[in-house]
Design a protein around this ligand. Structure first.
Ligand SMILES: Nc1ncnc2c1ncn2[C@@H]1O[C@H](COP(=O)(O)OP(=O)(O)OP(=O)(O)O)[C@@H](O)[C@H]1O
Ligand SMILES: [Mg+2]
Length: 508
């Protein structure tokens, strides 16, 4: 519905050339036809492609002639020209010039040109003349209507509940994939029942994987796997019901997202993933490096596609690990890709700022200095947390988490106090590593491992806090400058944040 309204508005406001990037040509044409018909007066629809020219016209004609036809076309009625795959010709000098002439000409007529293409590519010099309109994946209403059509001739065994779940499972798929998936379910089971739901989910996983930048991420981490970080955990706990209808009725907006910055190996990725299990939402992982790096080509189209899929999956958590990797090089005279990176960044930031959908962005970053300042500006994330090296108390908790994973029943035999005390400067990942090393040593001698083994293993690890002192200090100073919140009480009080400015406000 939204798509139809927007298209209608663009046509009525005389936007000369509209570009609809979508793999769903058939569905797009149906929707365009509906919009054309509903206009008052209704609009005449002409469709062109390179093989047959205009359907109702002179057979095969080349793109330049096609544009001439549009210019020559005279009618009392408004007209819409759908040009399939016309993006292919936009790089041509003559076509490009003609398009710009056409754009001027169309502004004073009631004619509209629509470029319909599976991908988005607009040469920079035509960017001003062409308006992009996205066709979002089928809405629940459209899916429902499709189900009705399919169900007419098929035995059905769907309770209202499982029908709703089936529609939900189809959300985010193209109509074509929905049809194929349903047909497969019917072919397999000779009827449509709830066994179709996992099939559609599998279909969706595949479609998500085909984007090459998004992935369904199985969630195994829970909040109980995180040692320390009490402020962050409390913040997340408070929002655990934030995506419920009850919260909407209360008047709460959807939380937008959280950015976890900090030192390596301190549990940023772990915490971001744990959000999905705490809030019981699916987790989608975005590979921002691939998206921005243009490795997959078509960065801009991929970005839009990624946004549509995430929104169709809502409510969900969008996990953007190592956000800084996507922006490395931006802002330091990086010109290699004629502004693609900057445009992709712009699209993502605008989305983050304006999105009202239930897509919660859980992002992590290490090198905050490489993040463009606009990422950190208010309005993008609800909160930015800084994760410092764990305090003694937090290290004790981290030992507890990891030791109980491997030796739950022997936990009391370990001297957690001593381990926490001796592991000053260790991050969570190094603590985990020390435990594994100790287990290897003891296993090699076919005996149980003890506190002593872990202490020895620790003495052989040179923690990152020693080797990267300066980097860590810089990060701590950045955090202390007040651009973020500490993720734990101890760090707020005792860490550098406290030393630099926090102690003044704390009770002595
Ligand atoms: N606070 C913690 N509690 C429990 N385990 C932790 C904690 N911090 C780190 N770990 C352990 O270390 C592993 C690595 O942590 P994680 O990947 O979350 O670090 P990170 O902060 O994302 O580091 P990087 O900046 O290198 O990406 C985790 O899988 C976990 O086993
Ligand atoms: Mg990480």
């Amino acid at each position: 519905m939204v798509f139809e309204q927007e298209l209608d508005l663009l046509i009525r406001s005389n936007y000369p050339i509209i570009y609809i990037p979508t793999p769903e040509e058939e569905r797009a044409e149906q929707l365009i036809a509906r919009v054309a018909e509903k206009g008052s007066p209704s609009r005449r629809l002409h469709t062109w492609d390179y093989i047959s020219g205009f359907e109702d016209g002179a057979g095969r004609i080349n793109p330049l002639q096609a544009i001439d036809e549009i210019i020559k076309f005279q009618s009392d009625l408004p007209a819409v020209f759908v040009m399939r795959d016309f993006h292919r010709f936009l790089e041509d000098v003559q076509v490009s010039r003609k398009i710009r002439n056409l754009s001027r000409h169309l502004q004073n007529t009631r004619k509209t040109m629509i470029i319909l293409a599976p991908t988005l590519s607009i040469p920079a010099d035509l960017a001003e003349d062409i308006t992009v309109l996205d066709l979002v994946p089928p809405t629940p209403d459209e899916i429902d209507a499709e189900l009705d059509a399919v169900l007419e001739n098929v035995p059905v065994q769907l309770s209202p509940g499982s029908r709703e779940a089936l529609v939900k499972a189809c959300q985010g798929l193209t109509m074509n994939r929905i049809r194929l998936g349903l047909a497969r379910a019917i072919a397999l089971y000779a009827r449509l029942d709830e066994r179709a739901i996992p099939l559609m989910l599998a279909e969706k996983k595949q479609q998500i994987r085909r984007t090459e930048v998004l992935e369904f991420w199985p969630v195994t981490e829970t909040v109980d796997d995180i040692g320390g970080l009490d402020i962050l955990k409390m913040w997340l706990n408070q929002r655990s019901a934030a995506f419920t209808t009850e919260a909407r009725e209360y008047g709460l907006p959807h939380p937008k997202g959280v950015l976890l910055v900090g030192i390596q190996g301190t549990g940023k990725s772990l915490s971001a993933k744990a959000i999905a299990s705490l809030w019981q939402l699916p987790l989608l992982r975005l590979d921002i490096g691939r998206l921005m790096g243009g490795l997959v080509g078509q960065s801009e189209a991929k970005t839009r596609e990624m946004i549509h899929i995430a929104e169709a999956m809502a409510p969900c958590v969008l996990f953007v690990d190592e956000l800084d990797k996507g922006f490395a090089g931006l802002g330091s005279g990086f010109v290699g890709d004629s502004g693609t990176t900057a445009r992709v960044l712009g699209t993502i930031l605008t989305w983050m700022e304006e999105k009202t959908s239930a897509v919660f962005i859980a992002a992590t970053a290490n090198a905050v200095e490489t993040l463009p300042p606009e990422v950190l500006r208010k309005g993008r994330f609800d909160e930015i947390f800084f994760i410092d090296l764990p305090s003694e108390r937090e290290r004790r908790e981290i030992f507890e988490v990891h030791l109980s994973k491997v030796r739950e029943n022997r936990l009391r035999e370990f001297d957690l106090g001593e381990l926490a005390f001796q592991s000053e400067g260790f991050n969570g990942a190094e603590i985990e590593q020390a435990i594994v090393d100790a287990m290897h040593t003891a296993f090699d001698e076919r005996r149980e491992f003890q506190t002593e083994d872990i202490l020895i293993a620790m003495s052989q690890i040179v923690p990152l806090s020693k080797t990267s002192q300066e980097r860590i200090r810089n990060l701590q100073e950045w955090a202390a400058s007040g651009r973020c919140r500490p993720a734990s009480t101890d760090a707020a009080q005792a860490g550098l944040m406290g030393q630099l400015f926090g102690n003044a406000g704390l009770p002595s």
